[in-house]
Design a protein around this ligand. Structure first.
Ligand SMILES: Nc1ncnc2c1ncn2[C@@H]1O[C@H](COP(=O)(O)OP(=O)(O)OP(=O)(O)O)[C@@H](O)[C@H]1O
Length: 484
């Protein structure tokens, strides 16, 4: 079985040394990923193409190789060919008939030929001779040069004939590692998954950085989608997954910062932390999934104030995308289902975020923030080789049963922020309701009597689920979720 990867135009027009470098990297990436499927794969590099051969001709192997090759950045399209020798034009016709006689039955068709080397005929002659012969031999077929049902492609390279049996569309982009590394901020939603994919496709080795705001469920979800993206589009290169426990930073923001400024300050804290992680590893750019105007706080003014926090380049591949386009790409690349299950955690941090952040005001608010907390969480960052999180990523995201009816001994903890509680108070007959906002649970839950079962309550059931898991992680098994 043989496939031929054609160099795409954007690589082919590069200068000779760059083209050679890109082709060499692409060849090595292709070998690396295809040998995960079939260790018998060999490749050979030509000036304008890479040939891929294997002795394993089974249909399963073929399909797996095609599926894998379609996901290699830098491959815009590839053809599947049958290779034979030939003696003359008539021999070319007969060999083509043997393979494509059935393909063109009851169809319109044309023949397209390319030729390299010394022959007694040119490409046009091949097209006319083979096309005419097929037309006569297959009664139900007819020649149509414009928009035929089937295009039969032949490539003649010196004494070899390649009969193309199928043409497959690839991913496009550049081979991984032809561009420098980036650190992608992954929240696990639609946007950060798609922006990471865009950077992998563009040829950057893409590492992941996750700020954990809500315990193991969130982390498992983000690891799953990061692992999926790496495994599908970038397994030729090792990357790292950085996880930073951001709960202490969120608590400090919630206690020290004015409500409307919280969102921008949280992002600035993320950028500060990510820039430090990147700098230490020689990574030059951060990537986020922000898109202009997608949520009210994603304004140019705010993005500008966020960017002022670091000299590190911040890339936002989705800036000008519509949400629907992003969702369509997420569906195409297979991250849609992951994204649906990831809670929108950040939304809760500020109910009416500013849309026009003022740098001086933000900086004044940040003076109240204890930066040793940020330094500590960055210092304690957990670093994983993405290959090692594969198994973990396959695990079920843990969840805690939600209860809709309570008995009279139950104690509910309303974990919403005080403003949310004021807007929509929770009133339950005969059941005790305590008030402890989610950002204080970590430090104050342990002070409550522990011979009682607590039911956490929030508006959407997302934060209560995350916090219940977080408390379970910390050994408190007397916690459930109340979801009326
Ligand atoms: N917990 C987090 N860890 C790492 N990066 C984050 C986190 N939260 C947000 N980000 C980064 O900030 C970007 C914007 O996040 P925000 O929550 O404001 O918008 P979003 O549209 O919901 O993003 P997404 O769909 O990617 O979750 C994300 O795309 C991601 O790059």
């Amino acid at each position: 079985m043989k496939f031929i990867v054609k160099l795409q135009a954007e690589i082919a027009i590069k200068s000779r040394p760059v083209r050679k470098r890109f082709t060499k990297i692409l060849d090595s990436n292709i070998k690396n990923v295809l040998r995960r499927v079939d260790e018998k794969v060999t490749t050979s590099v030509n000036w304008d193409s890479i040939e891929i051969n294997t002795k394993n001709d089974s249909p399963e192997n073929r399909q797996q190789l095609i599926d894998t090759l379609k996901c290699v950045p830098g491959v815009a399209q590839f053809i599947e060919v049958q290779q034979t020798d030939f003696t003359d034009l008539h021999d070319i016709f007969e060999k083509t008939l043997a393979i494509h006689g059935k393909t063109i039955e009851n169809k319109t068709f044309c023949v397209r030929a390319k030729r390299t080397g010394e022959h007694e005929f040119n490409s046009l002659k091949v097209e006319q001779y083979v096309g005419g012969g097929l037309n006569q031999s297959v009664e139900s077929a007819s020649v149509k040069l414009k928009k035929p049902d089937v295009t039969i492609r032949l490539e003649i390279n010196r004494d070899k004939l390649f009969i193309v049996t199928e043409l497959h569309k690839g991913l496009g982009g550049f081979p991984i590692a032809t561009q420098e590394d980036v650190l992608s901020l992954m929240s696990g939603g639609f946007d950060s998954g798609v922006s990471s994919y865009q950077m992998i496709k563009k040829g950057s080795r893409t590492h992941y950085c996750f700020f954990n705001l809500g315990g193991s469920a969130h982390e498992v979800g983000v690891k799953q989608v990061s692992y999926y993206l790496w495994n599908k589009f970038g397994p030729s290169h090792r990357v790292k997954f950085y996880s930073v426990d951001f709960a202490p930073v969120v608590t400090e923001i919630l206690e020290k910062v004015e409500n409307g400024q919280m969102g921008v300050i949280l992002k600035r804290m993320m950028m500060r932390a990510a820039a430090k992680i990147a700098e230490k590893r020689g990574i030059q750019a951060l990537v986020t999934g922000e898109a202009l105007g997608q949520v009210s706080s994603q304004t140019l003014t705010n993005l500008n104030v966020i960017d002022r926090v670091t000299d590190t380049l911040i890339l936002r591949p989705l800036t000008a995308y519509d949400k629907q386009d992003i969702i369509d790409i997420a569906r195409k690349i297979g991250t849609e289902d992951f994204a649906k299950t990831i809670p929108e955690y950040c939304g809760v941090i500020s109910k009416k975020p500013t849309v026009k952040a003022v740098l001086s005001k933000i900086e004044a608010e940040e003076e109240n923030f204890d930066f040793s907390i940020l330094d500590k969480v960055v210092e304690d960052v957990s670093v994983y080789d993405i290959r090692d999180i594969g198994e973990e990523a396959e695990a079920e995201v843990p969840s805690i049963d939600a209860v809709s009816a309570l008995d009279e001994n139950a104690v509910v903890i309303d974990i919403r922020s005080p403003e949310e509680e004021d807007d929509n108070p929770l009133e339950l007959d005969d059941v005790e309701v305590k008030h402890l906002p989610f950002y204080k649970l970590g430090t104050q839950f342990g002070d409550l009597p522990q011979d009682v079962t607590y039911y956490l309550y929030c508006d959407r059931g997302v934060m209560s689920q995350l916090q219940a898991l977080y408390l379970h992680d910390n050994g408190y098994n007397n916690v459930k979720v109340y979801r009326p």
